[in-house]
Design a protein around this ligand. Structure first.
Ligand code: FHN
Length: 470
């Protein structure tokens, strides 16, 4: 009898262990164990990353109470990026909370934002659900420090965005800061230097268990994000063990979600790729304000601003030109990465006009040239030729694109392309096939028609070749 009882207890224990390890996802119906998440096969990983790799172009949105001071504190311009004003101007929590109270984006129109992004050729949006200041843009049940309960707007700001993204077929992902300057068990006690690397909060574990994780759960379960984009992982409290815990926690809830490498502690400064050979968690690297010099076998996404700030600063007018942005997108695509281009809406909820104009120019260019960007892959041996030529290739097809980042003269030579005999070579946006000549060692030289209206081609010009890489 005793043996039977022992066996039943053992069976029960094994059963509950398996139940614990096999948490299922409501969304995908998939069930993954921690083991399967950690040792994911290459094939499953490729499948999970497919839409993201094809997308190439995303829009980052940094939005929160920092848009209220918009870079100015007590009448003085504060140096640095706008969303860091709480730290840079050493603003006490209670005083910063006043900005959150005043946050009243009455002109916010999520449908307009997403339509504009869609027209710009953007395939996914990543929005700051909570930045380092700790303020949540949704109606969190874990805290009242959010747009619904605390701010003048008294609304969940994420749900309209989710609905608009679903309507326009744009994927929605969430930025989420691990560092939190508002939470007493995180970095709040560090005031006046919230970002110190010296102090560690002895209660940090409680912040992770009772705040960070429940908020992530709300976000995943309520809005079903396609990406979780972590940040603020450099704080001394954050460890590889936390990285592993949060990575598996999120993927158990939603197995097909994509998570950036900042969930763990492997990021190599602003270059953003993981350092060393250690096994860090995260699906892609995150170079910040820079583009990789070359290529990488690890997936990556360059996040960049259009001016010099992520969060809105009313006096930052240092806008990059549309040409620079288009060339960045071409350069990144040629190197096999994604471009996550930022906008910082105002406290009223408007995307600055300068950003709107640049995104419209990108959309016009992508309408004509998008086939050289989306669903493309790197060439086997060459992604560039000198400073002004980039190459891409249609995924799985012998179709190649030579992209001229500056204005060519009467002809252009692509050293690494050989058109099929008798095939037509095209300039995207121009109807007629172009004259071309191939010579061994030199590549293909393409004539640019003299009667062509050059004004129609004032950005990067894309030439399409059916053939091979040489
Ligand atoms: O500190 C942040 C910064 O405010 C901004 O959000 C960027 C975007 O990648 N990330 C951090 C610095 O790495």
């Amino acid at each position: 009898m005793k043996t039977i009882t022992k066996l039943s207890v053992l069976a029960l224990l094994i059963f509950s262990f398996v139940q614990c390890k096999e948490k299922s996802s409501k969304d995908s119906g998939q069930t993954l164990t921690d083991e399967q998440i950690i040792n994911e096969s290459k094939q499953d990983f490729n499948q999970r990353m497919k839409w993201w790799r094809d997308a190439k172009f995303g829009m980052f949105i940094h939005w929160g109470p920092y848009a209220v001071p918009a870079g100015v504190y007590k009448g003085k311009e504060v140096d640095g990026i706008g969303e860091w004003i709480m730290d840079h101007a050493q603003i006490p929590v209670s005083e910063y909370e006043e900005y959150a109270r005043q946050f009243d984006p009455v002109k916010y129109n999520a449908d307009k934002w997403v339509k504009m992004a869609k027209d710009a050729g953007v395939k996914y949006i990543i929005i700051t659900t909570k930045h380092h200041d700790g303020f949540a843009l949704w109606d969190s049940k874990v805290s009242d420090y959010d747009a619904k309960d605390f701010a003048a707007i008294h609304k969940d700001l994420l749900m309209p965005l989710k609905k608009a993204c679903d309507k326009y077929g744009v994927k929605l992902g969430f930025y989420h800061s691990i560092m939190d300057w508002h939470h007493p068990d995180a970095q709040r006690p560090n005031y006046p230097n919230y970002n110190t690397d010296k102090k560690t909060n002895p209660n940090f574990d409680s912040y992770v268990e009772n705040y960070l994780k429940p908020q992530l759960k709300e976000l995943v379960e309520t809005y079903d994000p396609a990406v979780l984009w972590f940040d603020g992982e450099w704080i001394p409290e954050w460890t590889h063990a936390y990285g592993k815990e949060i990575f598996t926690y999120v993927r158990e809830m939603k197995p097909d979600i994509i998570i950036n490498n900042r969930v763990d502690v492997g990021r190599n400064g602003m270059q953003g790729m993981n350092e060393g050979n250690e096994q860090f968690f995260g699906d892609f690297g995150t170079p910040e304000q820079e583009i990789l010099e070359g290529t990488s076998d690890f997936d990556w996404e360059s996040c960049m601003t259009m001016n010099d700030t992520w969060g809105y600063k009313k006096n930052d007018h240092n806008w990059k030109s549309a040409r620079t942005l288009i060339n960045n997108l071409s350069d990144i695509a040629a190197k096999g990465g994604n471009y996550l281009l930022n906008v910082g809406p105002t406290a009223e909820g408007l995307i600055p006009q300068a950003s709107v104009e640049r995104l419209a120019a990108m959309g016009d260019w992508l309408d004509v040239n998008g086939e050289a960007i989306y669903k493309t892959e790197r060439l086997q041996n060459h992604y560039k030729q000198g400073e002004n030529i980039r190459y891409t290739k249609k995924e799985g097809q012998p179709v190649y694109y030579g992209i001229s980042l500056d204005k060519p003269g009467s002809s252009i030579t692509f050293k690494y392309l050989k058109p099929n005999d008798g095939s037509d070579v095209y300039l995207l946006g121009y109807d007629q096939p172009l004259e071309w000549k191939y010579s061994e060692g030199q590549g293909v030289t393409i004539q640019i028609p003299s009667n062509m209206n050059r004004e129609d081609f004032d950005q990067a010009m894309v030439f399409k070749v059916n053939g091979a890489e040489v």
